[in-house]
Structure formats: structure tokens, C-alpha cells
Design a protein around this ligand. Structure first.
Ligand SMILES: [Zn+2]
Length: 452
């Protein structure tokens, strides 16, 4: 356990943040297997040094040598109002060193940046949350709400043994929270004359990962094998490839584009302001809108074939052929209902179709005190910025908390050019010390605004 004390927060916030972030990056938490426990211990120790109540929370650890755990800390308020939770995760995705200019687990601090796997996703967020709480802990006045820090294991592989476990077995740690912030949204730099966009994720698409399995009898391939599992699976996938999913605008998506419309190219402004009607009535607009994959994904279900497994030798007909699909549904849909549609399209009862990862994903309202607090802080520290309630095509752990009725927003106060967002799950992930500092200050301001 490194016991180096951090630089003084008041004197050198950026120094303290970059030093702590560098330490967290040096603890390898690639998931699988995760091994997040040493990192949870480091964050809990840092929180306690700053005077916060903090604990390591045991989570299921099968297959992990150094153990898995969550880090939890609390800054007590007066208790007049329910708590706000700051949620991040401890695990990271793998980093292939050959794509990196530096050691992804070296925790390098240089040229105004902290570089390494997790700098953005999500160790930088955990450090931002913790130091914002530490800064508030030094004040004489208390907020009306407790602020609860929670950083969980297992997010990158679905969160069942992290946020899922905590929300089922340790609801007490959340103490009846009303609001939550986590990853999923952030601030996109406008550039030139365009304003910055503060994207607050209020809804996510619904994952419905699916496995298709065709089975048959293994045998010698010299007699053809035309009806074997592989050709049947290929035919099924071809039918899925030709399937057109319906274009449909859910209210959260309509709201998002209405807000973004004034910033768009002039030819699209009117259409985006009234997305559902325009997509239905203006084929030229529809073509332009759907040509952008990121936009198109927000108005239809998507099916991506990502895994294929069958056979190992050219002269043997395998017993089994398997395909896995990354299916993402619009926020109000259910996986089991969509799988019925898939079965109709495949129309081959000999192929088994089953979900491998699926959950419902409620959305959070944007008409809340928390959203208004973000808007107020944006107008104060980033004049002219536009705050947009966003729907994201990815998913985070937010759904576990939305299921408990907690208003949960994906929002990280970090001003990123598109070039830096590519570091998320990619090589040379880095965050500027300036962004860490400004992010901590913005988090403090938002907490003050809702904690009066
Ligand atoms: Zn993440």
C-alpha cells in the first residue's frame, strides 16, 4: 500500500489529482480477472487521509488472485435531504502495449497529462469524485445531503459482480440516495464559434446480446455436409443481415435532438427540431440522418454479428456452429420480445436463439433539480455552453441504480476534443491535468448547488 501523502489540495489540486491518478493506473485492474481489491484499498486509504468515512466492500471474487472489491466513502451532510452518489468503476479494459507510446500501466505524468489505461475510463473519474469530496470536507459548512463515493469492480464485463451485487446486497450503502452521477456523458468542445455541448446521459440503449446455436451430427466432410450446422447458421445470419429494423423516435431521443437542433447545419435544423415527423415525411432528410451511423443507432434497433465459432479442420463437419450478436434496442424495448422477432426472421426452429446479456434500461427524467444544477453551473463556468439531455448507444452501470428509483445521469465534467475521446478503450488513453482540476472544481460546484 503506497502511503505517500498527496500534495496539499488548496495549493496544488492538479498535482494531487495527477499523483493519485498515476498511483491508480499503476495498479493493474484489467478485467477479466479484475483484481480490483488493491485499488479499492488505495482509494479507501486516500479517502481516510482526507478525513472521510471510508470502507473496502467485499464483492464476489471467483477466479481473481488478488481479490475483488468496491471502494465506498461518505462525506456526511446535515441529513436534511437525501444523498447524492458519485459512481465510478475500478476495472479497465485490456491494453495491448504494442499500440501504446508508453507503458499503459506506468502511470506516466508528463507534458501536462496523465497517460495510461484508465486515465479517462474510469480511474480519472474516481479521482475526480474523491478529490471533490475531499475539497468539500475541508469546508466549515456542511451540505444538506450526504455525498457518497462508490467505485465498483466488474463494470467492463457487465457489472453483475460489482454494481449489480452492491445494489442487491448492500443497498444500505446508498442510504436512500436521490441522485447519482456516473460516466456516459461529458463535455464536447465546440471549436471555432460553436458552443461547448454538455451532454448529460439520461437514457441508454438496451443491450440484448444473443447467441445463435446450430447443432447437427459430426462427420466426414467428403460427402458434402450441405445440411450441417455451418450452412444452416450462415443462412440464418444472411436473413438477419437483410433484416431492416424500424425507424422510431422515442421521446428521450426527440428531446435530445430538439436541444441540439439550433447547433446543427442549417439544412438539418428544422428536421432535427421535430425529428419523428420529419423522418416520417421527408425521405431526403431521412437519408441524410441515417447516413450517420451514430445518429441512426439512436432511432433503431441494431444487430451486429461479432463472434463466429465452428469447426477446426476443413475435412470435418462440426457438431455445432455458434454466432454471437451484439443487439442494442431502443430504450423502451425488451430483449425477450425482440428475440421473438429474430426467431421469425431466422425461421429455422433447429437454431437455438438465446440471450447472453440483457436487462431493461429505464431512463431518468431531465426535469429535475440535479439537471437544473448542471445547467446553472454550466452557465457560470462555461458561458454559452448548451446542456443537452442525451441518449447514448452504449451502456453503463447506471441501470442498476435507475432500477432502485435513483435519478442517474451519465456526466463527467471534462472538456474533451474528439481526438482524446478515442483513448477510451483505445491506445494512449490520457487526461490533461487541467481537465482533472477543472473537473474537480465543477463537481464541487454542482454538489454545492444541489446541497444547499
Ligand atoms: Zn467506463
Amino acid at each position: 500500500m503506497p502511503s505517500r501523502a498527496l500534495p496539499d489540495l488548496d495549493e496544488n489540486l492538479g498535482g494531487a489529482a495527477s499523483q493519485l491518478l498515476s498511483q491508480t493506473i499503476q495498479i493493474n485492474t484489467v478485467n477479466p480477472p479484475g483484481n480490483e481489491r488493491p485499488l479499492a484499498e488505495l482509494l479507501v486509504a486516500a479517502a481516510r487521509r482526507e478525513g472521510l468515512e471510508a470502507n473496502v466492500i467485499e464483492t464476489p471474487s471467483q477466479g481473481s488472485k488478488r481479490g475483488r472489491a468496491a471502494a465506498w466513502a461518505r462525506l456526511p451532510g446535515t441529513g436534511k435531504r437525501p444523498p447524492v452518489v458519485l459512481l465510478s468503476h475500478l476495472d479497465v479494459v485490456p491494453a495491448e502495449p504494442s499500440g501504446w507510446a508508453v507503458d499503459p500501466f506506468g502511470g506516466l505524468v508528463a507534458g501536462g497529462y496523465v497517460v495510461g489505461r484508465g486515465a479517462l475510463d474510469a480511474k480519472g473519474l474516481a479521482v475526480t469524485h474523491l478529490l471533490a469530496m475531499a475539497a468539500l470536507a475541508r469546508r466549515d459548512t456542511r451540505l444538506s445531503r450526504d455525498v457518497i463515493f462508490l467505485s465498483t469492480p466488474d463494470e467492463e464485463t457487465g457489472g453483475r459482480n460489482g454494481a449489480g451485487f452492491i445494489t442487491q446486497r448492500h443497498k444500505d450503502l446508498l442510504r436512500g440516495a436521490e441522485f447519482l452521477f456516473t460516466e456516459g456523458g461529458g463535455i464536447l468542445l465546440g471549436g471555432d464559434d460553436a458552443p461547448n455541448v454538455w451532454g448529460v446521459a439520461v437514457a441508454e440503449k438496451v443491450p440484448c446480446w444473443t447467441r445463435l446455436t446450430a447443432r447437427g451430427t459430426a462427420g466426414h466432410a467428403s460427402t458434402g455436409g450441405l445440411h450441417g450446422p455451418v450452412p444452416r447458421l450462415v443462412a440464418a445470419l444472411e436473413r438477419l443481415r437483410r433484416m431492416q429494423t424500424e425507424v422510431r423516435v422515442v421521446p428521450e431521443v426527440a428531446q435530445m435532438f430538439r436541444k441540439l437542433a439550433p447547433l446543427a447545419e442549417s439544412e438539418n435544423r428544422a428536421g432535427l427540431a421535430n425529428l419523428g415527423d420529419t423522418l416520417a415525411s421527408d425521405p431526403e432528410f431521412e437519408r441524410r440522418f441515417l447516413a450517420d451511423d451514430a445518429r441512426a443507432a439512436l432511432v433503431r434497433n441494431t444487430v451486429a454479428v461479432t463472434v463466429l465459432k465452428a469447426g477446426s479442420s476443413p475435412n470435418v463437419v462440426p457438431e455445432e456452429a455458434v454466432a454471437e450478436l451484439d443487439v442494442r434496442l431502443l430504450p423502451d424495448e425488451r430483449c425477450d420480445e425482440f428475440l421473438e422477432q429474430l426467431r421469425d426472421v431466422v425461421s429455422d426452429p433447429s437454431i437455438r436463439i438465446e440471450p447472453i446479456l440483457a436487462f431493461e434500461n429505464r431512463s431518468s427524467p431531465s426535469d429535475t433539480e440535479l439537471f437544473r444544477a448542471v445547467e446553472r453551473v454550466a452557465s457560470e463556468i462555461d458561458p454559452g455552453a448548451v446542456v443537452v439531455p442525451r441518449v447514448i448507444a452504449g451502456f453503463t452501470d447506471a441501470h442498476y441504480f435507475r432500477e432502485l428509483g435513483i435519478v442517474s445521469y451519465g456526466f463527467v465534467p471534462r472538456w474533451l476534443p474528439p481526438s482524446e475521446t478515442r483513448g477510451i478503450h483505445g491506445p494512449n488513453e490520457r487526461v490533461s491535468i487541467e481537465n482533472l482540476e477543472r473537473g474537480i472544481e465543477a463537481t464541487v460546484k454542482i454538489l454545492e448547488a444541489i446541497g444547499r
